[in-house]
Design a protein around this ligand. Structure first.
Ligand code: 9UX
Length: 68
Protein backbone atom coordinates (compact mmCIF):
# COMPACT_ATOMS: atom_id res chain seq x y z
CA UNK A 1 0.00 0.00 0.00
CA UNK A 2 1.26 3.49 -0.86
CA UNK A 3 0.12 6.97 0.17
CA UNK A 4 0.71 9.85 -2.24
CA UNK A 5 -0.35 13.49 -2.32
CA UNK A 6 -1.55 14.90 -5.63
CA UNK A 7 -2.01 18.61 -6.34
CA UNK A 8 -5.57 19.23 -7.57
CA UNK A 9 -6.44 22.53 -9.21
CA UNK A 10 -9.83 24.03 -9.87
CA UNK A 11 -11.79 22.96 -6.78
CA UNK A 12 -13.82 25.90 -5.51
CA UNK A 13 -16.44 24.46 -3.17
CA UNK A 14 -17.23 21.39 -1.07
CA UNK A 15 -19.17 19.91 -3.99
CA UNK A 16 -15.91 19.81 -5.93
CA UNK A 17 -14.26 18.06 -2.99
CA UNK A 18 -17.02 15.45 -3.01
CA UNK A 19 -16.70 14.97 -6.77
CA UNK A 20 -12.94 14.43 -6.58
CA UNK A 21 -13.29 12.14 -3.55
CA UNK A 22 -15.89 10.02 -5.35
CA UNK A 23 -13.76 9.87 -8.49
CA UNK A 24 -10.74 8.67 -6.52
CA UNK A 25 -12.63 6.13 -4.41
CA UNK A 26 -14.16 4.63 -7.56
CA UNK A 27 -10.70 3.69 -8.87
CA UNK A 28 -9.94 -0.01 -8.33
CA UNK A 29 -7.21 -0.34 -5.72
CA UNK A 30 -7.92 2.89 -3.85
CA UNK A 31 -8.30 2.24 -0.13
CA UNK A 32 -8.82 5.80 1.08
CA UNK A 33 -8.86 9.37 -0.27
CA UNK A 34 -8.82 12.66 1.59
CA UNK A 35 -9.33 15.80 -0.47
CA UNK A 36 -8.32 19.19 0.92
CA UNK A 37 -10.07 22.22 -0.60
CA UNK A 38 -7.87 24.85 1.09
CA UNK A 39 -4.67 22.98 0.30
CA UNK A 40 -5.81 22.07 -3.24
CA UNK A 41 -4.57 18.54 -2.86
CA UNK A 42 -5.66 14.95 -2.49
CA UNK A 43 -3.94 12.39 -0.27
CA UNK A 44 -4.65 8.89 -1.52
CA UNK A 45 -3.82 5.49 -0.08
CA UNK A 46 -3.81 2.78 -2.74
CA UNK A 47 -2.59 -0.69 -3.71
CA UNK A 48 0.34 -0.18 -6.09
CA UNK A 49 -0.34 -3.55 -7.74
CA UNK A 50 -3.75 -2.28 -8.87
CA UNK A 51 -3.34 1.42 -9.66
CA UNK A 52 -0.80 4.23 -9.97
CA UNK A 53 -0.45 7.99 -9.50
CA UNK A 54 -0.92 8.36 -13.27
CA UNK A 55 -4.26 6.54 -13.11
CA UNK A 56 -5.35 8.57 -10.08
CA UNK A 57 -4.53 11.79 -11.92
CA UNK A 58 -6.48 10.55 -14.95
CA UNK A 59 -9.52 9.89 -12.74
CA UNK A 60 -9.30 13.41 -11.28
CA UNK A 61 -8.97 14.93 -14.75
CA UNK A 62 -11.91 12.86 -16.05
CA UNK A 63 -13.97 14.39 -13.22
CA UNK A 64 -13.12 17.84 -14.61
CA UNK A 65 -10.23 19.06 -12.48
CA UNK A 66 -6.56 19.68 -13.23
CA UNK A 67 -3.59 18.00 -11.58
CA UNK A 68 0.11 18.67 -11.59
MO1 9UX B 1 -19.38 23.77 -6.25
MO2 9UX B 1 -17.40 22.50 -7.89
O1 9UX B 1 -21.08 24.66 -6.63
O2 9UX B 1 -17.33 21.85 -9.69
S1 9UX B 1 -19.28 21.62 -7.06
S2 9UX B 1 -17.94 24.74 -7.67
Amino acid sequence: MATETIIVKGMTCSGCVNAVTRALKSVDGVQDAHVDLEGQQATVTFDESKTSVAKLKAAIEDAGYDTE
